[in-house]
Write a protein that binds this ligand. Sequence first.
Ligand SMILES: Nc1ncnc2c1ncn2[C@@H]1O[C@H](COP(=O)(O)OP(=O)(O)OP(=O)(O)O)[C@@H](O)[C@H]1O
Ligand SMILES: [Mg+2]
Length: 644
Amino acid sequence: MHPMQVLHSMSSGNDSPKGIDRKTVKRVWDFSTPYRPMVIGFVVLIVVGTVVGLVPTLAFQDIIDVAIANEDTTRLNWLGLIVVAAAITSAVVSMVERWLSSRIGEGIIYDLRDKLFRHVQAMPLGFFTQTQTGALISRLNNDVIGAQRAFTTFLSTVIGNVINLGITLVVMFTIEWRLTILSLIILPFFLIPSRRVGARMADITRESMELNASMNTTMTERFNVSGAMLVKLFGRPKVEADDFGNRAARVRDIGIRSAMLARVFMTAMTLVGALGTAAIYWIGGQMVINGTITIGNLAALSLLVVRVYLPLTALSNARVDVTSALVSFERVFEILDMANPIVDAEHATELSNVRGHIRFDGVTFTYPSSDESTLASLEDGAGRRLPKRGPGSKIGAGLTPLTETPLASSGPEREVLKGINLDIDAGQLVAIVGPSGAGKSTLLNLVPRLYDIDQGSIEIDGHDVRSVTQESLRGAIGVVNQDPHMFHDTVGANLRYANPDATDQQLVEATKAARIFEVIDDLPDGFDTVVGERGYRLSGGEKQRLAIARMLLKDPAIVILDEATSHLDTENEHLIQQALETALDGRTSLVIAHRLSTITSADQIIVVDDGVVVERGTHDELRSLGGLYDTLYENLLRTDTMPA
Ligand SMILES: Nc1ncnc2c1ncn2[C@@H]1O[C@H](COP(=O)(O)OP(=O)(O)OP(=O)(O)O)[C@@H](O)[C@H]1O
Ligand SMILES: [Mg+2]
């Protein structure tokens, strides 16, 4: 960016900068409560440091006016020693000061991170489906550090300089009050612009934090295995790189803008200070000639006046700094303030000795909209959207979309489940079937309370899922998803995630039961083999069996299984079938089934269509109905590789 452009953009744009809310300042103050003792210690040290810092100047005045004038060598020696002692003291004080300020600063970073992590982790699933991971991570990194800077800058620069200024002024007044007042005439030139520049800087910081978040989002989305694969397969690395380049360029430009704004301001302040110093020399020199003050007085004053203007410059600068860093506090508080709609009830009980009787009573459900579940700034990562196709593009024009569901954030909200009633006995195997988008996965996600329902109730052994603790509820339920996730860690660690106390023997048993032991045994390091992010080094079928093993280690009373839709080869299919027989035995099992073998062996089949249970019964009962199930079954018969 050209310097003139930079200056221009600083003055133009938003005419009334938003600045900082007073409430934020108040909250930061409350937040700092645990650090008060350290802050007080810090302030005391600053006072000591300032007083000690004045000693050499006063000694200098005495050397000129008394020691030199009277040729008193003993006095000169003593004064020399005092100056040395002051220097040593001030070195020690500054070390301890730094130690305290970093303890406070790092402590604040720790506190904020810890709070944020806990808060975000407890947010319901809806929050994560609507939030851009990159934007969120940026808040936990960049903004937390920015917030810490607000605090430490305030402490070291603002408090330090105010004390410095106060003490120095008092000493100056005692030496010569008229000159001191004269030196303060230019004070307004420091105070007035700092306010405006501060607010402007806060806006720039806000924008820059948002841009950083959006850059982060691009990276987290594109640099995970699935994202990277998508970019490669669809051959758009250039578009992606350009897009990222644009974002990075905006971060660069705004960085230059804020640096220039800060420097222009700083230079102006230094200039004002230099004028004040000139006035002291000029008028002070006149006063020495007139005999109003001594040469020693003038020497001391001219040293002291620097100690007035430097803090003044630093202070007006700190105001700009602190205001802009407060933006980060604001952004961190914004996240901490997000209400969590799914929390344990006040007198939530532990769900224990679960038998596994499940009841849905008139359950109605709508997915929460994005404004209910997340912050706008986290949802789109500050303007982050997929690169648009050109208007002339015909890609996909001839294809009919599979489903034309509007996104939850746009248009009126749609009821996904409408008055569902179910009664599932303990130990039953229930198959759930229905067309794509019917609401099958949604239905099962409600049992572990990943979402709260709008109307009706879901009960396990007669306890409403909202009346028990989420931890005990989820402890009783084992879930195997369509596309199970594995952390980037060893096979063993991934399995033990379900049960940290599991013995090696238990791992072997579970993996044998899930028909995955042989595969693991063949891996180069067995259970110590690292499975890549999302378990990418395993095939789809292997991953699903590993997930079944993980679920077995948890030994839950209720099993929820979303069968993979993809057709497995006969070998894999057979293995999964065997794995399931062990896995589901003796547990209440809710299975979204795509394979005939699972469906026909179910105690109860539930047919869901468009959010409603349309048919229910055994295979034979439903076949004789000749309804939706019959059609689905006929279709499956034609395509399934292994009819029962
Ligand atoms: N997180 C979500 N936010 C908003 N709407 C959603 C969400 N998840 C699913 N939906 C919508 O809810 C409806 C039911 O989806 P669901 O995933 O339950 O279907 P399904 O029966 O499991 O389909 P499939 O067999 O294809 O997996 C769909 O119309 C879908 O678009
Ligand atoms: Mg589904």
